[in-house]
Each structure stands twice: as C-alpha cells, then as structure tokens.
Design a protein around this ligand. Structure first.
Ligand code: AMP
Length: 282
C-alpha cells in the first residue's frame, strides 16, 4: 500500500492506472477510521481492481464554531487498518494543496435536497462536500465511489451531482454499520462521555420503534414525528436538532406516509451532534 500526499502525484497515478484499463474504487473519508468506513473499503475491494481511500478533514464543510480543529485524527492508525484491508493507496492531501491561497471555485447542488435536514442546521456544509468530492473525483478518477447510507442526505446529493454534471462514475451506497447495541458507528462517538453514550441509544431505538408504528398502520407524518420526539425526550441530555420523514429518493415532503420513506434524525448530546436514519417502505 502506498501513501500519496501530493494532489499532482495522485492524479498522475490515477491517469496511468486508467490508461491500463484498471477499475478504480474510491472511498472518501475524513479518517479516524472505524468498521463503518472499513465496510466501504471491503466492498470497494470486492468490486474494483484498485482501491483508493482518501483521508482529508475538509475545512470547507465545517461551519464556524463546528469541530474542525478538534475532529479526531490518527493517520498512522488509519494506514495500519487500511493495510489490513488491502487498500492500494491512501490519499492524504494537505489543506494547502487542496485549497491553495486564493482558491475560489465551488460546486453546489441547489434546492430542497440541500436546504433541509443537515443543510438547514449546517449552512454551507453540503457546498463544502460537493466541492471536495468533485475535486477527489477529478484527482482519483474512480469508476466507482463508495458512500455510507449513514449520511443518506449526502449520498443522495452526490448521486444527483454525478448525474447532472455527468461525472463518468457510479456511486455505490453501503448500509449503516452499528455497534451491537444499535448505535451507528461514527468518528464523533469518541466525544461522548459514558452517560451520553448510553443516552445516544435513543436514536436507533426511536427509529426502530417508528418503523414498527408505521408497519402497524400509522400513516400520519406528524404523529410519527411526535412519537419519536417522545422517545427521545426520555433521554434528559438529548437536544433534538431535527426529526424528518421525507421521500427517500429526493427528500421531497410527504403529505402522508407512503412508498419509500427516509426517517432521519439529528440529535445533540452535550456538544456532540449525532445523526441516524432508517428507510421504511410501505
Ligand atoms: P466520514 O469520515 O464521517 O466523512 O465518513 C466517510 C464515509 O463513511 C461516508 O460515506 C460515510 O457515510 C461512511 N460512514 C460513516 N459511518 C458509517 C457507518 N456507521 N456505516 C456505514 N458507513 C459509514
């Protein structure tokens, strides 16, 4: 496995591999890897000849007052994990190489898909994501790019971007990996103290209970939201950012629950904001 830090060198490597006809799989991450990230790498390993994992804590997708500085980083440990997964390249560029002084180019997907849910709570976040992922696509030239269903809104936005801007690649979505007790793996889980860690279980528990309520016949969106809100309220430290039920293919609002529905939550425990989601089809 090689580690490449220079953007120019990475792009040259990708061009050479493409010319030799090899299929490149890209797994974009911000590092501090866990089993959720590694499930993406394993799927890429199965479907591609070469696997590139990028590790870049992208300042453009963090808002003022968010955790860019504190975001956990451990490149040595990440490289050891990726070596075990037989990744071919770790691409870990410096911020100044990705965004040199005077940088002013952006990629933006407009509309409801980027303005609701995390887009409402984190203005500018998705513009940062679509810009950095576009750059990574040009630099790494993947045939397939792997993203987690954990960040369902992000995956949906990137699929729209790829379709509308004709990027010559396919996005593959990978299911959410959870701890045994249901908590979705996240690099941010390390911020939680033991009590917050325990309370954070209301995310997956309320999603499961909401699914059951819908399976039992509830079709009223507001009633399902209230039901989730009441379960989350049993955790004294939980502050709800949003509870949303939207159409799973484009995040359009739903007058009633029908078809494929994405139930998505963002909840803060202390200073740590966690997200989770579940797909339900009725
Ligand atoms: P991040 O490093 O948080 O930007 O995540 C990098 C990629 O890993 C994204 O596509 C995430 O959706 C995905 N990911 C993060 N956590 C999980 C998880 N628990 N299960 C599956 N994929 C995940």
């Amino acid at each position: 496995m090689q580690t490449i830090q220079s953007v120019a060198e990475m792009q040259q490597w990708s061009s050479i591999q493409k010319r030799s006809g090899r299929r490149i799989g890209l797994v974009p991450t911000m590092g501090y890897l866990h089993d959720g990230h590694l499930s993406l790498v394993r799927q890429a390993r199965q479907e591609c000849d070469l696997v590139v994992v990028s590790i870049f804590v992208n300042p453009m997708q963090f808002g003022v007052g968010e955790d860019f500085e504190e975001y956990p980083r451990d490149l040595t440990r990440d490289c050891a994990l990726l070596e075990q997964e037989q990744a071919d390249v770790v691409f870990a560029p410096a911020v100044k190489d990705m965004y040199p002084p005077g940088y002013s180019s952006f990629v933006e997907v407009e509309g409801e898909i980027t303005t609701k849910m995390c887009g409402a709570s984190r203005p500018g976040h998705f513009r940062g994501v679509t810009t950095v992922v576009s750059k990574l696509f040009h630099i790494c030239q993947p045939d397939l790019a792997f993203f987690g269903q954990k960040d369902a809104q992000q995956a949906m936005i990137l699929e729209k971007m790829v379709r509308e801007l004709n990027f010559p690649l396919k996005i593959v979505r990978v299911p959410i990996v959870r701890e045994e007790d249901g908590l979705a793996l996240s690099s941010r889980n390390v911020y939680l103290n033991p009590q917050e860690r325990q309370e954070a279980l209301v995310l997956s528990q309320s999603l499961q209970a909401a699914r059951q309520l819908i399976m039992d016949g509830e079709r009223d969106v507001e009633k399902v939201k209230d039901f989730i809100r009441n379960i989350i309220a049993t955790s004294p430290g939980a502050q709800i950012d949003y509870i949303e039920l939207n159409k799973a293919d484009d995040l359009a609002s739903l007058p009633r629950i029908e078809g494929k529905v994405l139930i998505a939550l963002a909840v803060k425990f202390g200073t740590t904001r966690l997200i989770d989601n579940l797909l339900v089809e009725v």
